[in-house]
Design a protein around this ligand. Structure first.
Ligand code: KIV
Length: 270
């Protein structure tokens, strides 16, 4: 197939901030290996996330808690070998950033494996960690809403921020982590209205998943895009059904996000 959206230059945090300023949507895909990473570059995916979702999508665990630093390093290295232009975000797994010092040590390993940025799940308790990483040159993507590493605390994979006090906490956390130095923010499974408010309030780009259409970017897991998930979440979409092959499915996801056709109301929480 002809790739019409191939990335022409290396994507940096600055490029993504410029897109927010121009109100142009950008695309992120969570993926885990070199061939998919290469295809993402050819399809114009600006940021790839080596998510700890790999515990579920690749390794067959029921949640992300068993994922280790060794798993992450292995997959970040593979993705970095396959993709030289997208911004590579590497997750820090469960309990590998419980203290700022532990976060420094483990974030360093993820960066040395080839990531351009690390992602951490959690709110204001991470302020000191985010400042410490950011001041020392490690860009941070924060992650609020349904943070899957806290699934046991939430009592399941549930939408967060439906009640007013919860929504206020998430909005305040977004502000505080931005002030602490975060450069991107993932908002997962929160009401569309809350995500829209946060996106228009904070200076850094937001990446939504199950957060409605008014975030600066969207992310989906590659397995969901390609229809590989047995019980797909409401916010996902199988793009392979309406296309001929895997590259076309990925390219359709990219163009639908850029043109504002995905997500639709049926993929969002009100
Ligand atoms: O681990 C992951 O893939 C994620 C995304 C779903 C946002 O955190």
């Amino acid at each position: 197939m002809a790739y019409t959206a191939q990335l022409e230059k290396n994507i940096s945090i600055k490029s993504l901030q410029n897109l927010k300023a121009k109100q142009e949507k950008f695309v992120t895909v969570a993926l885990y290996d070199a061939p998919m990473a290469a295809m993402a570059e050819r399809c114009g995916v600006q940021a790839v996330l080596v998510g700890d979702s790999l515990g579920m999508t690749v390794l067959g665990y029921k949640d992300t808690l068993p994922v280790t630093m060794e798993h992450m390093i292995y997959h970040v290295e593979a993705v970095a070998r396959g993709n030289h232009k997208s911004l590579i975000i590497g997750d820090l797994p469960f309990m590998t950033y419980a203290t700022p010092q532990q976060a420094m040590k483990n974030a360093t390993r993820v960066m040395q494996a080839g990531a351009n940025m690390v992602k951490l799940e959690g709110g204001r308790w991470l302020e000191e960690t985010v400042s410490m990483l950011s001041e020392r040159g490690i860009p941070v993507c924060a992650h609020l809403g349904l943070t899957p590493q806290s699934v046991n605390k939430f009592g399941g994979f549930r939408v967060q921020g439906r009640e007013k006090h919860q929504a206020n906490t998430i909005a305040e956390d977004a502000y505080r982590l931005t002030e602490a130095g975060a450069d991107l923010l993932v908002l997962e499974c929160v009401p569309a209205k809350l995500a829209a408010t946060i996106t228009s309030t904070i200076a850094i780009p937001t990446i939504g998943i199950g957060a409605g259409r008014n975030t600066d970017a969207q992310v989906l897991v590659i397995n969901d895009i390609l229809g590989l998930t047995e019980m797909p979440p409401k916010f996902s979409k199988n793009f392979l059904i309406e296309t001929d092959d895997i590259p076309s499915a990925l390219q359709k996801f990219v163009s639908d996000v850029r043109e504002g056709h995905f997500p639709e109301d049926q993929h969002s929480f009100q």
